[in-house]
Design a protein around this ligand. Structure first.
Ligand code: AMP
Length: 415
């Protein structure tokens, strides 16, 4: 399969080639023809499988061509859960649209509204926005949707996890009924399905559940360690393995700042990114991390969620997430688009239940590479693989299901 067979125009093919893409990824091959045909699509696709180009390229194909832009109107609206994602998706659009006359804009909170309002007045074709700022702008009458043709709900499961369902419903109420809808989600939970069922009619469903070839290749391993030794162990791992890039997930903002200063004291170049830092500061740190200048970036789950870096070498779970799906999302930050990556977890005795939930979700144990010098006094037992979180049993009466069924081979473990 080649991009030209998909029916994309020359300027788009040229831009794709300039990105170094030689062939469409499986999700792209499936999604692009449906979107070009004007159909609504509900797709389950992991981050890292090329899903962004999967929806952006056909949208560009549909919107290309001369047309007068009207102030405060847009023809495609893409909703993203985080500002980082909004920025990244808009940057991808800019790249793919470089030989077309299509104007895109990223709109998110935490920055002044005036400049964004001005940009809207000047006219955009594709607006990429986070739900909060979008609603805010709607209330301020800075936006009108009468020319909207396409709505994209990207990372739908993330948006629901982050509590945006109310905002999303309010936004959708304002949109014209006649529109093409695209919903993308890494997992097809009951909540995502409900969102799709209530808002998207006659959608084509696309799932890559059985198409592991497109998914990232990630080597996972863990080290058991006593909680108070995690910081020293992390410093040791960074030095011993000479890690040049690691995105470290930690539970709290305070913990992120503290860990960064501990690493710096041990001579390791590290920064923490969290919501207390200004947007300008976060962008600067992120740019340094992306360029390779900053090797270690520490973030809370939310802050690190939207980070999309080509060929990110490694993620480290300093703390395990409460939700097994979050683990999948986190490690999906590495091993993108065919590259291989590594996911390392530091696991202490109090993480045991979370570890059971994660390993049950993966359907396999994660290989242990314990370190004698940091041997855990409080041992971490071996997981029981049919562990089901009590709350999950009570609320649904069954385990959640989606594209990462037990035994999912894209998660290759090294024992
Ligand atoms: P996404 O899943 O949209 O976050 O994309 C993950 C990564 O794959 C991005 O860095 C893209 O630049 C890259 N990518 C997207 N499509 C292709 C393709 N057809 N061939 C190679 N890389 C791609």
């Amino acid at each position: 399969m080649t991009f030209s067979k998909l029916g994309l125009c020359e300027p788009i093919l040229k831009a794709v080639l300039e990105q170094g893409y030689t062939a469409p990824t499986p999700i792209q091959a499936k999604v692009i023809p449906e979107i070009l045909a004007g159909r609504s699509v509900v797709a389950s696709a992991q981050t890292g499988t090329g899903k962004t180009a999967g929806f952006v390229l056909p949208i560009l194909e549909r919107l290309k061509g001369e047309r007068k832009r009207r102030a405060k109107r847009m023809r495609a609206l893409i909703i993203e859960p985080t500002r980082e994602l909004a920025v990244q998706v808009q940057e991808s659009i800019r790249q793919y649209a470089r030989h077309l006359d299509v104007v895109s804009m990223a709109m998110f909170g935490g920055v002044d509204t005036e400049q964004q309002k001005q940009q809207l007045i000047e006219g955009v074709d594709i607006l990429v926005a986070t739900p909060g700022r979008l609603l805010d702008m709607i209330h301020q009458r800075a936006l009108h949707f009468d020319e909207l043709e396409i709505l994209v709900l990207d990372e739908a499961d993330r948006m629901l996890d982050m509590g945006f369902i109310g905002d999303i419903n309010k936004i959708i109420e304002r949109l014209p009924e006649q529109r093409q809808n695209l919903l993308l989600s890494a997992t097809m939970s009951d909540d995502v399905r409900r969102l799709a069922d209530t808002n998207i009619e006659n959608a084509v469903e696309i799932s890559l559940e059985n198409d592991w070839a497109s998914a990232p290749k990630i080597t996972q391993w863990l080290v058991t360690v006593d909680k108070h030794n995690k910081s020293a162990l992390l410093s040791h791992l960074i030095s011993e393995h000479q890690w040049t890039q690691a995105l470290v997930f930690i539970r709290t903002k305070h913990g992120a700042a503290k860990l960064a200063s501990q690493l710096v004291k041990r001579g390791i170049n590290a920064e923490a990114i969290h919501s207390d830092r200004s947007q300008a500061n976060r962008s600067k740190i992120l740019a340094e991390f992306k360029s390779g200048e900053l090797p270690i970036l520490i973030g809370t789950g939310i802050a690190a969620r939207g980070i999309d870096i080509d060929n990110l070498e490694r993620v480290v779970n300093y703390d395990l997430p409460d939700d097994a799906d979050d683990y999948i999302h986190r490690i999906g930050r590495t091993g993108r688009a065919g590259a291989s990556g590594e996911a390392v977890s530091l696991v202490s005795n109090d993480d045991f239940k979370r570890l059971c939930a994660i390993e049950s979700r993966l359907g396999q144990l994660i290989g242990r590479r314990d370190n004698e010098a940091f041997k855990a006094v409080k041992e971490v037992p071996i997981s029981i693989l049919d562990f089901v979180k009590k709350s999950a049993r009570e609320s649904t009466g069954r385990r959640s299901t989606d594209g990462n069924k037990p035994g999912n081979p894209w998660l290759k473990n090294r024992k």
